[in-house]
Design a protein around this ligand. Structure first.
Ligand code: 5GP
Ligand code: ZN
Length: 108
């Protein structure tokens, strides 16, 4: 059992419409979108933040980065941000590694 909300989303304990999935990561819409496109990309396994993930498993890291850029390319016109808030003072509120993909220019 885990209390981590992104572990619960990744393992299906919390039903969520996934935008995309790869071997090691899932992508889903942020519950409070800040821009017309706001997708979170998270590893299926628990890591505290992107630094923890990068130090621990470069296969999962690359898989997550590739899934995120694929989703961003498919959903936007090619202009997007892919941001990893790391640490509470940088605005991280969920301590399961995740990247935010945001874009103001959805592909219609
Ligand atoms: P952070 O501030 O840690 O970088 O980003 C956490 C993000 O997760 C926030 O943008 C917040 O809206 C989103 N979030 C938190 N809980 C949930 C949830 O249960 N479902 C979804 N889809 N997004 C969530
Ligand atoms: Zn977790």
């Amino acid at each position: 059992m885990t209390e981590c909300v992104f572990c619960k989303i990744a393992n299906g304990e919390i039903a969520t419409n996934l935008v995309a999935e790869s071997e090691h990561a899932v992508a889903f819409n942020d519950i409070h979108p800040a821009q017309p496109i706001h997708v979170l990309v998270v590893p299926k396994r628990h890591f505290t933040d992107i630094a923890d993930l990068a130090a621990a498993d470069e296969v999962v890291l690359l898989d997550l980065l590739k899934l995120g850029t694929k989703v961003a390319d498919e959903m936007s016109t090619g202009s997007f941000r892919f941001q990893f808030n790391t640490g509470a003072e940088a605005g991280q509120t969920v301590f399961h590694a995740h990247g935010h993909i945001t874009s103001r220019t959805p592909r219609l």
